[in-house]
Every structure is written in structure tokens, then in C-alpha cells.
Ligand binder design. Structure first.
Ligand SMILES: Cc1cc2nc3c(=O)[nH]c(=O)nc-3n(C[C@H](O)[C@H](O)[C@H](O)COP(=O)(O)OP(=O)(O)OC[C@H]3O[C@@H](n4cnc5c(N)ncnc54)[C@H](O)[C@@H]3O)c2cc1C
Length: 346
């Protein structure tokens, strides 16, 4: 039997969407890549995510992230087309539009400015199946994607390009030139940390903390658009189901859904969508990688040339995955990225 390979140009720690997209982009630039995943790939936040490709409350993020938030949706259409061609996987990227209700209409309209098409409408003129009505902001060009399919497609293409993916293989320490795992160490010319909410455990200088989000899945049709209202959102899927979320909970690393949160979401979904308990199909939770500054860690480590960061994407990791992977692929190959990330933590 050939002995397993232990030496790579790049070792990526974490097999969520960010790790998958980075592995794919780096393999496409000719790097030999190994992904180490503590559990199964795409089983954490990137599996749980709603897949809205528009930032929630974008005006609350610092200036340093604004160019990425604005550019990120445009990377998805091309990514979806190329992945479908190369892997046969349909990631369910769709331009479904987004309707915002509630008290933040003015902030979002100002944020959209002349760059993002938007208009003021009555909510139910746009989405007659809503239980509530009122003034709303309609963004017809907003898109969504199925996050776990996107990650699986990236992994499929990465594997076809020779990327080695080791599941059930937690990294235990990073040192110059090596990543340690319970099963031995792996030689890494460069290491990219993509361990989501767990990233601080491997890089103590990093301050990423888990923020739990819970979601309910209903059998219920909405016409097709994503609807936001006062912190809650409904995301219609192509198969006729609707996701309803979410919570923001600082409860450590417990990624399980809870009774009280589900009951609260159920009550809100009943008021908002008119759905009943018998339409509930599933409930789940995921741990977002949050940072106090609301900025992701992106780029080369400030102290170590061989270590790169791509984590802390909080509520925007699905949106930012393709753009993150291009930036990281530029950096590990010694090119200046198209976007200035020098103001982001790393
Ligand atoms: C309910 C919910 C809804 C969301 N909705 C949206 C949305 O609509 N749009 C959007 O853009 N974002 C959304 N997000 C946020 C988005 O899901 C995350 O930002 C994104 O998935 C983070 O991806 P990741 O790869 O960094 O993390 P993860 O997907 O969590 O992957 C990290 C991986 O690292 C692994 N790992 C951890 N430690 C180690 C180790 N020591 N060694 C090896 N592997 C390790 C973990 O097992 C995990 O698989 C949502 C999140 C939640 C929870």
C-alpha cells in the first residue's frame, strides 16, 4: 500500500465552506493542498446556514469590510455556473429578491444608495402569502444559495484536482512548517486556519467566539423572495420549503437547538407567515464564528509568514466564501489581492 502523503504546499484547517472554497481556489493555482477536518466536512455552520447572499444590517459593519460586502454577491453567480459545469452539482443559486420590513428601511435604502436597485413597496403587494403587511423595501437583484451544496461542490472540484481531505482528523497545534494532529504531524509549507468558531483554540491571539443561530424548516410556500422583518427572516427554498430564523445566542460551543428558542421562533413564524406547528419539518442550530469588531480575520498572520487566517465571518460566511477564497489564493501565491484587506484583523 502506498504510504499516506504527509507533505503539502498548503494545509487548510477546517472543512466548512470557507475551507472548501480556499482548497478549491488554491488547487486551481497549482498548490498541493490537504484539508484537515475535525469531524465530517460541511457539518457545522456551513451546513446550518440560510444561504442569503445579502448582508443582514450591512450598515453596522466597519468601513474596512464594506467593499467586500458589496462585491461578494457578484462572485456567486460565476461560481455557481462554473461549479455546475465542472462537478454537475447545482448549488441552487437563485436571484429571488429580498423584501425588508420593519424599522430599518431607511438605513438599508441609504446603504443601497445608487449602487443596488431598490424600491419602496407594500409588503403584501410583493409577497401576498405574508400574514403581515406594511411598508417594505424591495431589492429585486438579491440572491440566495444552498450553502452545503456550495461547499460540497467546492470539495468535489477540489478532490478532482488532487486535494486530500482528511475527516475526523482534528488539528491540535500549528508550528512553523508543521500541523500536528492526533494521528501524527503533517508538513505544511503554508497553513490556512479556517476553523470557524473554533479558530481561537489553535491561535490564541485570535478572538473568535461561537454565536449560536437556530432555524426552523417549514413545509410552506412563499412566492420566491427572502423576507426580513425585525431580526427574523424567511427563506423560501426551491423545493417548496421555507427556512425561518434565527437566534443570536452567546452560549459557548453548544450547537444544539433548544425547546425555548424553537417555541419562540414558532410563535414568530406563525405571526409572520401564518404557518402552523404541523407544517414544521425540522429544527437545527449552528455556531457562527463571531468577532467583537464584526470583522473577519483575513490574510497573512502578523507574526508568522507561513500562517494565514480565513475565519470569523460571523453572519456573512456564505456570502463571503468565494471572495475570501480568491483573496487567500492570491496571498498564498504571493500576489496582491484585488481587495485591500490590510485593515482586517489577521
Ligand atoms: C443559523 C445560521 C444561519 C446563517 N445564515 C447565513 C446566511 O444566510 N448568509 C451568510 O452569508 N452566512 C450565514 N451564516 C453564517 C455562515 O454559515 C458562517 O459564517 C460560515 O458557514 C462559516 O464557515 P466556516 O467554514 O468558517 O465555518 P464552519 O462551517 O463552522 O466550518 C469550520 C470547520 O472547522 C472544523 N474544525 C474546528 N476545529 C478544528 C480543528 N482543530 N481541526 C480541524 N478542523 C476543525 C469544524 O469541525 C468545522 O467543520 C449563518 C449561520 C448560522 C448558524
Amino acid at each position: 500500500m502506498p504510504s499516506p502523503q504527509h507533505e503539502f504546499d498548503v494545509v487548510i484547517i477546517g472543512g466548512g465552506l470557507i475551507g472548501a472554497a480556499c482548497a478549491d481556489a488554491m488547487a486551481a493555482r497549482g498548490k498541493s493542498v490537504c484539508v484537515l477536518e475535525a469531524k465530517r466536512t460541511v457539518s457545522e455552520a456551513s451546513w446550518a446556514g440560510a444561504g442569503i447572499l445579502h448582508p443582514i444590517h450591512p450598515w453596522r459593519y466597519p468601513d474596512a469590510l464594506q467593499p467586500l460586502l458589496r462585491a461578494a454577491p457578484h462572485f456567486h453567480e460565476r461560481a455557481a455556473q462554473d461549479l455546475a459545469r465542472d462537478t454537475g452539482i447545482d448549488v441552487e443559486w437563485r436571484r429571488t429578491g429580498l423584501l425588508l420590513m420593519g424599522d430599518a428601511l431607511e438605513q438599508l435604502a441609504t446603504w443601497c444608495g445608487s449602487l443596488i436597485v431598490h424600491e419602496t413597496v407594500r409588503a403584501r403587494s410583493q409577497e401576498p402569502l405574508l400574514r403581515v403587511d406594511g411598508e417594505a423595501l424591495w431589492l429585486p437583484d438579491a440572491t440566495q444559495v444552498k450553502s452545503h451544496r456550495l461547499a460540497e461542490a467546492y470539495f468535489a472540484r477540489a478532490r478532482a484536482a488532487g486535494v486530500v481531505v482528511r475527516e475526523n482528523c482534528p488539528a491540535t497545534a500549528i508550528e512553523p512548517g508543521w500541523v500536528h494532529t492526533a494521528g501524527g504531524r503533517v508538513r505544511a509549507a503554508q497553513t490556512v486556519l479556517c476553523a470557524g468558531a473554533w479558530s481561537s483554540r489553535l491561535a490564541p491571539r485570535v478572538a473568535v467566539e461561537p454565536v449560536r443561530g437556530q432555524i426552523l424548516l417549514y413545509r410552506k410556500a412563499l412566492r420566491r423572495m427572502v423576507v426580513f422583518s425585525d431580526g427574523a427572516y424567511a427563506v423560501p427554498r426551491r423545493d417548496g420549503h421555507v427556512l425561518f430564523g434565527s437566534t443570536l445566542e452567546h452560549v459557548g460551543f453548544d450547537g444544539r437547538p433548544t425547546e425555548p428558542a424553537c417555541r419562540d421562533l414558532e410563535a414568530r413564524a406563525a405571526l409572520f407567515l401564518g404557518v402552523e406547528a404541523q407544517n414544521l419539518v425540522a429544527a437545527w442550530a449552528g455556531l457562527r464564528p463571531g468577532t467583537e469588531s464584526r470583522l473577519p480575520y483575513l490574510g497573512q498572520d502578523l507574526e508568522r509568514e507561513d500562517l494565514f487566517h480565513a475565519h470569523g465571518h460571523y453572519r456573512n460566511g456564505i456570502l463571503l466564501a468565494p471572495i475570501t477564497s480568491e483573496i487567500l489564493a492570491d496571498l498564498v501565491t504571493g500576489h496582491a489581492p484585488e481587495f485591500d484587506v490590510s485593515e482586517l484583523p489577521r
